[in-house]
Ligand binder design. Sequence first.
Ligand SMILES: *[C@@H]1O[C@H](CO)[C@@H](O)[C@H](O)[C@H]1NC(C)=O
Ligand SMILES: *[C@@H]1O[C@H](CO)[C@@H](O)[C@H](O)[C@H]1NC(C)=O
Length: 189
Amino acid sequence: MLTKSAVVVSWTLLGTAWSHAVMTTPEPRGIGSAQEAVCGAAVTDRLDDDKAGPIENSVAVIDDDYHCNLFLCRGYQFEDNTQNILSLAGGDVLDIHIDIIAGHKPGYANISVVDAMTNQIIGEPLKVWDDFLSSDPSVPDDERDFNITIPQDLPTDCAEAGNCVIQWYWYATGNKQTYISCLDFEVTL
Ligand SMILES: *[C@@H]1O[C@H](CO)[C@@H](O)[C@H](O)[C@H]1NC(C)=O
Ligand SMILES: *[C@@H]1O[C@H](CO)[C@@H](O)[C@H](O)[C@H]1NC(C)=O
């Protein structure tokens, strides 16, 4: 029979494990040696252990070797991902799949083109969910599978890969956890 404290412990474990999500289509930016150089080994190992895990798990192990920004593309670096660049044009429709491994918390999400140098959103978000995972466990289909339309009026900087990213961002307000996936692209203007 479970004691009261055992019940509390198992709920805590569940709570920690339950929110998990990562973009799987297209393949997002991933880990590499450039990242380890700027984010440090401790942070990078933690990200690698749990590719769909919240950023906060890595924030918890930040040390003196941390000189990146986990909240921009999970700290993943363009230099590690130069073989994975989408060639897009304004008006293109891109199908996205988010692997929502688990998540029953309230929260909100969006996907935007972001200036990778300044970490500022470019223009309007491409899609916003004000109430992400609102009806878990039956996650609304458009939170897992959706499409975005590449804007016609992106700045010329986005013609060169590495300058701009498409960033999906989910913040689970219930457990205060952040999930981010980024796509590298170059746009034909
Ligand atoms: C994009 O998603 C919308 C909304 O689900 C859908 O109506 C539309 O057919 C999709 N477009 C393409 C090109 O797949
Ligand atoms: C996107 O979501 C993040 C995290 O919730 C939030 O900080 C940001 O303001 C949102 N951006 C837009 C344009 O909705």
